[in-house]
Structures are given as structure tokens and as C-alpha cells.
Design a protein around this ligand. Structure first.
Ligand code: 5AD
Ligand code: SF4
Length: 436
């Protein structure tokens, strides 16, 4: 094995892509002797781990790899991984022949097999890597991310993921617990459990074992000594049953910030999206959570201008935003994706200008909510896990419910849970003084 080879890896997209990149890095380090560099021009291997959930990243991919090809060190290889790799496959090499290999989002464990084989394309969406033991993924010092499933069994009509990541298979709970234990032994105090649809966990294991739910997994992971916080993403509102909500509220290790991807507030549009719940169900789940969990923060994803969305349907989304008062919203304008069912609704597509106007209206409404809400934190004392040092003499960390807090301090605060009295608020973060 030749030593001192350098890997540059660029990741676009969701947290699962981040974890996939960590796995790629760890596998190449262990099996092929690569170390990671942040300087693309000195790399022997350049990997771009892509996303294709919305349209832009696809066109960006080709301009980016073109740039890499121009600037790369002589003889350096280029690999394209992730969801765009899954859905474009060998077309990537046809369009950009200098690309050495293509590895789909469900084939990450094969990285060591393709890296030295010019022209290889591995994009099967049936590949079952749920029992594959990846070399331990690196964690940020205090946080680890652990995948709990691969794929997604939903068929949301706008979404490309089921066709890039395939069917859902759960990773066995004992492997997950072991992975979290290892991360805790390396210093992590917080873990994020990751899957496309985490709370449908446990319905399909490749060894055919019986029922075991996401709630069971939360209970088992929370028994790990030394682990202080558990986060997870993304749960599906449809599967937020009472059991799950009660465990969420009761278990002190579970972070009290939950992502509830609404997508639309209109029951008609939710049906067209095949989301499986109604506006009323979503509101009911959100209010049950708010009633049981003081200080709860709720984040969401909303798509505007889905085909057929009338002004009235859009106002249903605004209505849910007004009622739930989300703490963070990821807004998207609908983007038609290849291979999705919503393409059949092309005749109902909404004028782009209307879509943009709706997006702005939603953003403005949410801004107004945040301005009000963030100010209410001033004067409160919050417990913050300090995670990073800023160049201006400040340190930064997060509260249990995922508020970002800055304060003056130095590296002796790193990795500690510190009480901070909030003195200042912006729309996205807080500032305060350490309480001695
Ligand atoms: N158009 C716009 N937004 C989309 N998302 C997924 N597919 C599309 C699409 N075709 C959004 C959803 C999802 C988030 C990750 O991306 O809101 O929750
Ligand atoms: Fe896509 Fe729906 Fe699966 Fe989420 S639940 S990954 S939106 S198909």
C-alpha cells in the first residue's frame, strides 16, 4: 500500500451525505492509505459527493468537476459519488470523460473496489450495505453522526431519493449502539441518528428479525453512559405516534428540537404529494408536542408552488406557519425531478414568478415570527455545550434545543456544558455572558 496519498472530498447536500463522506474518508484511509487534505490542488484523488434533491446541484456538478479537472495535480483522479451519481450513472463519464469512477449513494462500501478501476460505475439501488461495518467514521470532537437506515420506502411524488437510495433497510440496533459507543469513547457527548425517515425505523432488517421500533432504538441508545444528547433527523410527521411523542418528551437525553417536515399546509396538496397525513394531523402532532415539551423548538421544510397549488392552498401553508410558529424553516420552490411521479402533473405547474413571490412571502412571515421569538430569550440562562473557538475571542455552542449561542471565552471552555445568560439576540443566534 503506497503511503502519503492525499484525498480531497467535497460534500454537497444533506447530513446523510456528510456521513457518507466521512465513511468514504475512513475507508480510503484504512484500506488505501489516503490522508485528507483541504487543498484540492495537492490531492491525488478528488471526490465530489453530490446531491440531486433539487435541480441546481446537477448543473453545478459539471461546472465544478470541470474546474477540478483544470486545476488538479497531474495524474490526480476524480470520482463522483452520491445521489447525482446514482441517477446520472455512466452519463457522467460520457459527458466528462476525465471522471475516473462513479459511485452511487447506496454503494459507499464499494469505494475501495472502484477507486483504482478507471471507468467503474457502481450505482445499484438494491445494494444492501445495512450490515457492512464501516471503518469508524471521524466525529467532530463532541458530536457524532450515525446512520440508522439506508434508503426510503416513501414515494413522495416530488422526491428523487427513493430512486437514488432505494428501499429502506434498517441497520441492526446493536451495530448502531456499538457505533455510538465507539464515538463516545473518542470523546463525543452528542449523537445524531440519521435516516431519510428515522421514525419508520425497524420495519425491515435484512436478517429478517422481528419488530423493533425507533422508540426502542432511542431507549437503547440513551442507555449509553457518557452520551449526553441525542438528536435525530429526519422524522416523518405521519409516524409521530403517541408512543414516540411520549418517549421524546420523557427522555432527558433527547434534544428538544424536532424537525417536522410539513412540505405543505394544504390537505389537497399533501395528498398530491402522497405524504399520508392531513393539515389537521400535522397541527395535532405539533400541539401535542408543544403541550408536553416546554422550550420545544420545531423546524420544518416547506415546498411552495407544487403543481396545482392554488393561492388558497398556499394560504393553508401560511396558516400552519402562523399556528405552529416554527423556529426554523427550510423553504424550497418546487423543482421537477427526473423519475418522480409529480412529473405527470407538469400541466399543473405553477408560474415561476408566482412561486418566487410565494417563497418571499413565506420567508417574510417567518422573519417576523423569529424577530419576536428570539427576543424572548434575552435575560434567560441557558446551558450550552461549547464546541468551537471563533477568531474574535468568542466561543460558540448549542443549547439542548439547538439554539446557537456565542460568548467571550477561550479553549478551556471547549467540550464543557456552560450556563450562559443571554444578553443579545439576532434572528439566527444568541449572545451572552458566562454565569460564574
Ligand atoms: N422540489 C423542491 N423541494 C424538494 N425537496 C425534496 N424534493 C424537492 C423537489 N423536487 C425538499 C423537501 C425535503 C427537503 C430535503 O428537500 O422539502 O424535505
Ligand atoms: Fe423523499 Fe419523502 Fe422519502 Fe423524505 S420521506 S426522502 S421526502 S420520499
Amino acid at each position: 500500500m503506497s503511503q502519503n496519498k492525499k484525498l480531497f472530498i467535497q460534500t454537497i447536500g444533506c447530513q446523510m451525505n456528510d456521513t457518507d463522506s466521512q465513511h468514504i474518508q475512513a475507508e480510503l484511509e484504512k484500506h488505501k492509505g489516503y490522508t485528507t487534505t483541504s487543498n484540492m490542488e495537492e490531492a491525488d484523488l478528488i471526490i465530489i459527493n453530490t446531491c440531486s434533491v433539487r435541480e441546481k446541484p446537477v448543473s453545478k456538478l459539471f461546472s465544478e468537476i470541470g474546474q477540478f479537472n483544470k486545476k488538479k495535480k497531474k495524474g490526480a483522479k476524480i470520482g463522483v459519488c452520491g445521489c447525482t451519481a446514482s441517477h446520472l450513472g455512466e452519463d457522467i463519464i460520457k459527458r466528462a470523460p476525465y471522471v475516473d469512477f462513479v459511485l452511487g449513494a447506496r454503494n459507499i462500501s464499494k469505494i475501495k473496489d472502484v477507486v483504482d478501476v478507471k471507468g467503474s460505475v457502481e450505482i445499484s439501488i438494491d445494494n444492501d450495505e445495512s450490515m457492512y461495518e464501516f471503518s469508524t467514521a471521524k466525529t467532530n470532537q463532541y458530536r457524532a453522526s450515525v446512520n440508522i437506515s439506508v434508503g426510503c420506502d416513501k414515494k413522495c411524488t416530488y422526491c428523487i431519493v427513493p430512486s437514488t437510495r432505494g428501499e429502506e433497510i434498517s441497520i441492526p440496533p446493536e451495530m448502531i449502539v456499538e457505533q455510538v459507543r465507539k464515538s463516545v469513547a473518542l470523546g463525543a457527548v452528542e449523537v445524531t441518528l440519521l435516516g431519510q425517515n428515522v421514525n419508520s425505523y425497524g420495519r425491515n432488517f435484512s436478517d429478517g428479525r422481528g419488530k423493533y421500533s425507533f422508540t426502542n432504538l432511542l431507549q437503547d441508545v440513551s442507555k449509553i453512559e457518557g452520551l449526553e444528547r441525542i438528536r435525530f433527523t429526519s422524522p416523518h410527521p405521519l409516524h409521530m405516534d403517541d408512543d414516540f411523542i411520549e418517549e421524546f418528551a420523557r427522555n432527558p437525553k433527547i434534544s428538544k428540537c424536532i424537525h417536522m417536515p410539513l412540505q405543505s399546509g394544504s390537505t389537497k396538496i399533501l395528498r398530491a404529494m402522497k405524504r399520508g397525513y392531513t393539515k389537521e394531523w400535522f397541527l395535532n402532532r405539533a400541539s401535542k408536542l408543544r403541550a408536553l415539551v416546554p422550550n420545544l423548538r420545531i423546524t420544518t421544510d416547506i415546498i411552495v408552488a407544487f403543481p396545482g397549488e392554488t393561492q388558497e392552498n398556499f394560504e393553508d401553508s401560511l396558516d400552519v406557519v402562523n399556528q405552529v410558529e416554527f423556529d426554523q424553516i427550510f423553504n424550497f420552490k418546487y423543482s421537477p425531478r427526473p423519475g418522480t411521479e409529480a412529473l405527470n402533473m407538469a400541466h399543473l405547474e405553477i408560474d415561476d414568478e408566482i412561486g418566487s413571490a410565494r417563497l418571499i412571502e413565506l420567508i417574510e412571515l417567518h422573519k417576523r415570527h423569529l424577530e419576536k421569538k428570539m427576543d424572548t430569550y434575552i435575560g434567560q440562562t441557558m446551558n450550552v455545550l461549547i464546541e468551537s473557538l471563533k477568531p474574535n475571542g468568542e466561543v460558540c455552542g448549542f443549547t439542548d434545543n439547538l439554539l446557537q449561542v456565542f460568548t467571550k471565552g477561550s479553549d478551556d471552555l471547549l467540550g464543557k456544558f456552560i450556563d450562559i445568560k443571554i444578553t443579545d439576540a439576532s434572528r439566527t443566534s444568541l449572545k451572552g455572558e458566562v454565569v460564574l
